[in-house]
Design a protein around this ligand. Sequence first.
Ligand SMILES: [Zn+2]
Length: 111
Amino acid sequence: MASNYQEQESLYHQNLNHQIKDNLEQQQTPINLPNDLSGEYNSTEVQCANCRKIGKSQIRCEANKWTCLYACVLSPIFICFVPFFINSCQDVYHKCPNCQIQIGFTEHNPC
Ligand SMILES: [Zn+2]
């Protein structure tokens, strides 16, 4: 009778330990996402520093002087528009999909 009670008690403690361990593991799981996308040319998963929401950044590309230069260089072979469709040939602004705040800026500069 006594041994049965001890067995139950040790089982109870084991379960308790498991629960504590699970809770600790959940708390320790880091949200390892960037909150500044400077240097990224493509839409990237981000945690907004302003609203703390997680999502893919909205990007807006803007041609800069280099984009125009590539277009001039490519114009003899009629593909001068191509640099305007390539993110990495332009300046890229990242915005939060939730609050629309700017969360990164990548300037295209080949030098
Ligand atoms: Zn936000």
